[in-house]
Write a new protein. Structure first.
Length: 270
């Protein structure tokens, strides 16, 4: 029996990358999944974003573990669509115990636009806020639970470059920490724990693509600033999933209000 047997997890950005890894890892431990992803392109994002086929693959991998999954294409910027997706999952699966606000974009390119700022803040900060807002009452009704908000090393250090997308990314990821600390205080009386997780570069399509590599290589100072202390260029999505598993399971039952780096020593070098 897994450590999350009988639990239900609501995960945004679940079509691929970290979100899919979290869905599969939690399902391995017995959780059923409510999976949401935009599964479409945002114009200011220069790399290819997830597709409906990616979301279908997440469904396939979770169901192969004999767990239930309710997957919906929805944009975290759209409060009504997000609420409808969440409510549909709760109606099917009976409640929710875990919330992972994971959806995020990194609109970094050689040809920056002002729109990058607005889109990255809308997705990476407002989207996180809306994810918690649509789900927190269900956690309260359940008698408690755990929320993990995906920030970044850029949420604890001033990195990301000077373009609108990079500045917006860093500002949004710092803002996620403020949200976490506020929610951790507000929801503690309901036995709901709230934490942030802070990865270094992760081996996902958001990072490993031609556009992102060109951007990083264009600025040696920025590229050098991305180096980890441990001798690995990137970590794997499952490294984040395993840390999240600790935070949302009984193993982390009294851990709340913390900023947890999973960063191969990146922040220790700053």
């Amino acid at each position: 029996m897994g450590v999350l047997e009988g639990k239900v997890a609501f995960i945004t950005g679940a079509a691929r990358g970290q979100g899919r890894s979290h869905a599969v890892r939690l399902a391995q431990e017995g959780a059923d999944i409510i999976a949401v992803d935009i599964a479409a392109q945002i114009d200011s994002v220069p790399y290819p974003m997830a597709t409906p086929e990616d979301l279908a693959e997440t469904v396939k991998q979770v169901e192969a573990l004999d767990r239930r999954i309710h997957a919906v294409q929805a944009d975290v910027r759209d409060r009504e669509a997000l609420q409808a997706a969440f409510d549909g999952g709760v109606a099917l699966l009976g409640g929710v115990d875990i919330v992972l606000a994971n959806a995020g974009i990194a609109p970094l390119s050689m040809h920056p636009t002002r729109q990058e700022w607005f889109d990255v803040v809308d997705v990476n900060l407002t989207g996180v806020y809306q994810t918690v807002e649509v789900s927190k009452q269900a956690l309260i009704d359940r008698g408690g639970g755990a929320i993990v908000l995906t920030s970044s090393t850029a949420g604890l250090a001033g990195i990301g470059g000077s373009a609108p997308g990079g500045l917006g990314y860093t500002a949004a990821k710092h803002g996620v920490v403020g949200l976490m600390r506020s929610y951790a205080n507000q929801l503690a009386e309901h036995s709901i724990r709230v934490n942030t997780i802070h990865p270094t570069g992760v081996n996902t399509p958001m990072v490993v693509n031609d556009v992102m590599q060109e951007f990083l290589q264009s600025d040696p100072l920025l590229s050098n600033a991305m180096a980890n202390a441990l001798p690995v260029p990137m970590i794997e999505p499952v490294d984040l999933s395993n840390a999240i598993l600790f935070l949302v399971s009984d193993a982390g039952r009294y851990v709340t209000g913390v900023t947890l780096p999973v960063d191969a020593g990146f922040l220790n070098k700053r």
